[in-house]
Write a protein that binds this ligand. Structure first.
Ligand SMILES: *Cc1c(COP(=O)(O)O)cnc(C)c1O
Length: 369
C-alpha cells in the first residue's frame, strides 16, 4: 500500500541547515522574549513581504484576537462564513458578535454588495479573508469602511507574499494578520504575525502580545502571551532562504493542474485576475453538476486511493453550533457560500509533490465515473 498523499506538507529545509541556528540559541541562552532571531525575522520578513512593520506571534489565531484588541473593536463585526473557524472564533474570544455576509460565487471572498446592508449602528469593523490567498475586493471594502467609519482587519492567513498591482495585499486595511502554521505556505511550526502600518501601532501590539508590559514595572493593557519563541523565529529565517523556490514549485504544480482540467467537463477552477501575483497556497477545484459523480463521492474515491484532498471550506463556520443561532447564519441568507461549500475540493499542492503523483491525482479526477 502506497503512503498517503496529504493536501499539504510543510516546507522543511535540510535539517543540517538548521543546526547552526540551534547552536547559536544554546550559546546565547536566549529562548524567547524578543531575542536576536525574533528581531531579525521581523526585519527580514517585512522587507521580503514589502510591508513597513510587522509583529510576530505564537500563532495566527492569537494575532487575530490581538489585532481586534489593538483596534478596540466593539459590538458587531461583519465577516465571512467561508473560512477556517478561527476567523469567527477570534470575534467570540473578544466578546464580539459575528455578522455573516455572503461571498461572491467567483472569488469566494466577501461580496462587497452585501456588506452595506449588514451594517447596523453596532457595527464597528469588517473582518474579511483573502480566501486561498486570492485578494478580496479591497478598494470596495475600503470605500465602505470610509463611508461608515469602520475598521478593517484582513485575515490574510493564506496570503503570504501575495501582491496585486505590484503592491503587497498585506498593506491594506487597518491591520492584516498572517498564519505561519505548519500547513501554510511559509511556516515556523506554529506562528503568525500582525502587519502594522506604522511604528506606533506596532509598539502597542508588541505590548499587547507580552502581557501589556511597556517596561519592567509598567503594564499598560490587559495583554496576552502571544510571543513567538527563538526556535520558531530561527526556523522562519532559514525558511525564508527557501521560500522563493517553494513558491515557484507551487506555481508550476498549479499550472499543471490548470492545464489538465482546462477541458474536463464538470471541473471548474478559480479565475485569477491578471494583476495578481498569487502564492498558489491551495488548489481549489469546483465539482459542478455536470461532473459524473458528486463532490463527496470524488472525495471518498480519492481517499480510497490514499489521496487526502480536503473540503476547504465545508461545513461553513455559520453552521457550527456556536454560530448557527445567529440571524446572519441562516443558510438562506448565505446562498453562494452554502453552494460553494458543497462543490469545493482542494487538491494536494506543496513543494515535494512529485509530478508522477500529481499525474495520478489528475487521472483519478479526470476518469472518475
Ligand atoms: C490557519 C488559519 C488561521 C489560524 O492560524 P493559526 O496559525 O493556525 O492559529 C486563521 N484564519 C485562517 C483563514 C486560516 O487558514
Amino acid at each position: 500500500m502506497a503512503t498517503s498523499i496529504p493536501v499539504t506538507s510543510p516546507l522543511l529545509p535540510p535539517l543540517e541547515e538548521f543546526i547552526p541556528y540551534l547552536q547559536s540559541i544554546w550559546e546565547t541562552r536566549r529562548l524567547t522574549n524578543g531575542g536576536p532571531f525574533h528581531q531579525q525575522l521581523e526585519e527580514e520578513l517585512a522587507a521580503y513581504l514589502g510591508v513597513k512593520h510587522l509583529s510576530l506571534f505564537a500563532n495566527g489565531t492569537l494575532a487575530l484576537v490581538t489585532a481586534l484588541q489593538a483596534l478596540r473593536v466593539t459590538g458587531e463585526v461583519i465577516t465571512t462564513p467561508y473560512s477556517f473557524v478561527a476567523t469567527a472564533h477570534s470575534l467570540l474570544w473578544n466578546g464580539l458578535k459575528p455578522v455573516f455576509v455572503d461571498v461572491d460565487p467567483h472569488t469566494c471572498n466577501l461580496d462587497p454588495d452585501r456588506i452595506e446592508e449588514a451594517i447596523t449602528p453596532a457595527t464597528t469593523a469588517i473582518l474579511p479573508v483573502h480566501c486561498y490567498g486570492l485578494p478580496c475586493n479591497m478598494d470596495r471594502i475600503a470605500s465602505i469602511a470610509d463611508t461608515y467609519g469602520l475598521k478593517v482587519i484582513y485575515d490574510a492567513a493564506h496570503a503570504f507574499a501575495v501582491r496585486q498591482g505590484g503592491a503587497s495585499v498585506l498593506q491594506q486595511g487597518d491591520l492584516s494578520i498572517l498564519s505561519f502554521h505548519a500547513t501554510k505556505v511559509f511556516n515556523t511550526f506554529e506562528g503568525g504575525a500582525i502587519i502594522c502600518p506604522d511604528a506606533r501601532i506596532k509598539q502597542r501590539i508588541d505590548y499587547l502580545k507580552n502581557f501589556g508590559f511597556a517596561n519592567e514595572t509598567t503594564v499598560v493593557a490587559p495583554g496576552i502571551n502571544g510571543k513567538m519563541n527563538e526556535v520558531e523565529a530561527a526556523f522562519g529565517l532559514l525558511q525564508l532562504q527557501h521560500i522563493d523556490h517553494a513558491l515557484a514549485v507551487r506555481a508550476t504544480l498549479y499550472e499543471r493542474y490548470r492545464q489538465a482540467f482546462s477541458n474536463t467537463p464538470g471541473i471548474g477552477m478559480m479565475d485569477i485576475a491578471q494583476d495578481v501575483q498569487w502564492n498558489h497556497a491551495y488548489c481549489p477545484v469546483f465539482i459542478n453538476a455536470d461532473y459524473p459523480i458528486s463532490r463527496d463521492a470524488l472525495y471518498e474515491l480519492l481517499q480510497g486511493q490514499g489521496i487526502l484532498a480536503r473540503r476547504y471550506f465545508y461545513p461553513l463556520i455559520s453552521n457550527f453550533p456556536m454560530y448557527r443561532g445567529l440571524d446572519s447564519a441562516n443558510p438562506a441568507r448565505l446562498p453562494n457560500a452554502s453552494d460553494i461549500a458543497q462543490r469545493i475540493l482542494c487538491l494536494p499542492i506543496y513543494p515535494g509533490l512529485d509530478e508522477d503523483t500529481q499525474d495520478r491525482i489528475i487521472s483519478l479526477v479526470k476518469r472518475a465515473r
